[in-house]
Design a protein around this ligand. Structure first.
Ligand code: HEM
Length: 299
């Protein structure tokens, strides 16, 4: 138990120390080519927006995520603490081997994508140069792995991730995470929070792949760009803006996902390895799903 407090405290302190050094990242624009300077074709208005967002607000947003989210988790962990479910009852098989392989590919790709993305955003703080260039290539390589996983993931969980009336009830009580009472929570196999993460990381993930590819390859001409009536430079700017906004949301929910899976629900991580969940966890956190399994004599 104590080791977790220490890890969370160190995490928060290290992000604080990092952020203290990040002033140049907030104001520094040297990684951000000031496209306005040489842009003759693009829209001046979009160019201004791009420069302001890219030069200042995106760094601030990412900084808020990297600093704010671990702090909120630390407070949650210290005040409310993890949910602990009995490990003495039955195990319920929820994830097939196929689910788990796809999930691990996505997981590993994100473990590289998220930190390397942060390094690029705060490139100045990291001194620019070779280290940032290597991170950029690693970011691109891990995107290929994510691209392999994203469509199977979208298809394998699609049906169970569609919205239901349970989702509204779940949101009204904030998923029951603000207390440790073991009241049954209205949710099917996946709750509203998990559904949000799913849709963001799959549909949002596909948009991130497309906008990321646009920025990585840069020099290409696509019929669609012309049909949209965009100059190539404006297409790049829009890609960067969309990629950064979605990137903030994905990074934030990825941190939430890791906190929930590793810290907040004790033992939840096992389902990623064995495919099994504890009966009590399903009974409480996914009560509608549990009822259905019972009715159909599946457990
Ligand atoms: C290494 C990092 C990761 C860990 C430790 C992790 C852990 C877990 C665990 C334990 C579950 C089951 C939770 C439950 O059903 O109650 C889960 C589900 C899921 N994971 Fe991950 N995951 C990781 C990375 C990812 C990534 C990168 C993606 C997508 C890009 C992803 C997408 C999902 C989705 C959509 C679900 C089903 C809904 C949910 O539980 O949120 N996971 N993950």
């Amino acid at each position: 138990m104590k080791i977790k407090y220490i890890i969370l405290t160190l995490l928060t302190l290290s992000t604080l120390a990092f952020c203290a050094n990040a002033d140049s990242a907030i104001w520094g624009k040297d990684l951000v080519p000031n496209i306005l300077a040489y842009d003759k074709e693009g829209s001046l208005e979009l160019g201004k927006w791009f420069t302001v967002l890219q030069g200042k607000y995106f760094s601030l947003g990412f900084l808020a995520i990297i600093l704010g989210i671990p702090t909120v988790f630390l407070i949650h962990y210290l005040i409310i603490g993890p949910m602990i479910f009995s490990h003495d009852r039955k195990k319920i098989h929820v994830f097939t081997i196929f689910h788990r392989i796809i999930h691990w590919i996505a997981g590993f790709s994100f473990i590289v994508l998220v930190p390397t993305g942060f390094v690029m955003i705060f490139g100045t703080t990291f001194g620019g140069g070779e280290f940032v260039r290597v991170c950029k290539e690693l970011h691109a390589i891990s995107t290929v792995f994510f691209a392999i996983a994203v469509i199977p993931m979208l298809l394998m969980w699609l049906k169970e991730m569609l919205p239901t009336s349970d989702d509204i009830k779940w949101m009204m009580i904030m998923g029951g995470y603000l207390n440790k009472r073991k009241d049954p929570i209205p949710a099917g196999k996946f709750n509203a929070g998990q559904k949000m993460w799913f849709w963001l990381c799959t549909v949002g993930g596909i948009v991130m792949i497309a906008t990321g590819a646009a920025m990585y390859f840069q020099d290409f001409e696509l019929e669609i760009i012309a049909q949209l009536g965009l100059s190539q430079i404006d297409f790049l700017r829009l890609s960067a803006i969309i990629h950064n906004i979605l990137g903030m949301a994905v990074a934030a929910l990825f941190f939430v996902h890791i906190y929930m899976s590793v810290f907040a629900i004790k033992g939840a991580i096992h389902s990623m390895i064995t495919g099994d969940k504890e009966e009590e966890e399903v009974e409480i956190l996914h009560s509608s799903y549990y009822k259905k399994l019972k009715e159909n004599n599946k457990i």
